[in-house]
Design a protein around this ligand. Sequence first.
Ligand code: AGP
Length: 604
Amino acid sequence: MCGIVGYIGEENIKEVLVDGLRELEYRGYDSAGIAVLQENDIQSFKAVGKLKNLEEKTKGFNPHAFGMGIGHTRWATHGKPTEINAHPHLGEFSYVVHNGIIENYQELKKELQAEGVHFLSQTDTEVIVHLFEKNYKAIGDPFKAFEATLERLEGAFAVLLMTKVDPDRIYFAKHGSPMIVGNNAKGEIFFGSSDAALIGKATEVIYLDDGDYGYTSVEEGIKLFHEGTPKALNKKPLIGDKISAQKGGFRFFMEKEIYEQSDVIVDTIMGRALDNEIQFEELDAHFFDGIDLIQICACGTSYNSGLACSYLFERQAKIRTQVEIASEFRYKEPLLDPKTLFVVISQSGETADTLEALKMAKSAGLKTLAICNVDNSSIVREADYTLLTRAGIEKGVASTKAFATQVMVMWMLSLYIAQHKKTMTPEEIATEIKAIRRIPAAVKVNTRLHEKMKRLSKRYLHGHGFFFIGRDLFYPLALEGALKLKEISYLHAEGYPAGEMKHGPIALADAELFTVALMPRTVHYDKVKSNVEELSARDATILAISPERFELCDDYVHTYHSDHPMSEFFEMMVITQLLALEVSVRLGNDVDMPRNLAKSVTVE
Ligand code: AGP
């Protein structure tokens, strides 16, 4: 996702900022910018694309001597990745960079526009700088104006602000998005949205807490506040190397991404799952007019998420839904009807098979929708509509948080269609939204669970194969669990509908066949239980994942979030991801770059 840096000191400010942004490149971005304040003059530069484009633009700019600056790499969420939408955003005399999403920006924007403020960009961020300047004009004190601005912001944010009316300070705030401030013996001050940007520069850092805000200057140092009162500085020495900082202290990117799921799901639902309704500002009122079928097309993990959500589209939105592997769809000479909404799902937005299927559907006159994680990717550019999943860059080849956010977007989409078609009552929608808001807690990895999966994994390193079984939307989850395991452990694993065992696969059952049984309480528990008993009677080794204790299993992982099928789904998703991770680690495999696989498959 986006990256933030800031600096006060005497070094070449441009170089310090761009260096910091380079350390945050791993998070993914589609444009970048910096603003430098020296001698009461602010210079700002922005460029679409990679940092080298920004460097090209700033070639002749060499700000030696004392000053300050803020910088940003942007991963588009509100508005296209253009220069105008890139940060820093400016008002009349101030500049701001921001990570996160200001949920009430439309309300604030309308209010400011009514007072004559002119907006340049489509971003939510721009409201911050205009609101600050409005408050400053009314109050006359920059710090009080900054506090008053923060009071009006809803959502998640990490913010740095510089203003000509207070040219010695950088103002900062953190609420739901990470922000670190650091310094060194030379008196330089650094900001970063990850410590990767500060390593080698700052020697001590403060990891800000939600609700922290304040200002820094060379004379005053770091002034920190919380809920209106000064707060003591909890400085920690900054140690570590850059790669491990990028991994946030985790052993692998995949592990980090499993842990990140709780936070990125918050981003995915922000501004979309409102109190009593689902809102997608990317879709217009006529989006669903005349549609009587949803055709989903995708590959791998993205296919599995589509298959899972096809149950929701039919059940909640009461719309016929078909799901097809993109490489099959392309050559089957499909009969396409213009009353079909064609949905492609892709983390990268570059998967060749999915892109070609999308082009086919478009040329047949179908309305197309992309569920994608990368704005401005080929698939996003091709589709009529796009819903971004907001998972941030996914580095591990084995997809985890992309799957979680795809499912979340489609769950919200099925409710959005249900609202439109009135196939659910407002009360039912509100209940679903409450369930959506509990998902970040359901996917939070707790240490005991992770330790348990580490211990369990040692029993699953051999054998002649794994069956992952489940029913209903737990069948696609079983497919996904098996895909994860085989990708990074190189062990043979298949996902099956639990009821299908007796039609053939059960012939393989013996003690060396490991069955991972997804046994949710809320979805056909008794039926899955009978299927697992049949396997157990044939001596298969059973790992049961369930909120209900199951006597006949060999290993048992207890789940806790069983108040809604989707919370069971998401909690079990995390357990299967951790199982795959820990088996792979024990086998000594390269977790992030498994053999024979690429992150983005741009060939047929
Ligand atoms: C997932 O772990 C995979 N590496 C793979 O199946 C992936 O989901 C598939 O190649 C599709 O990629 P996409 O989502 O970027 O289109």
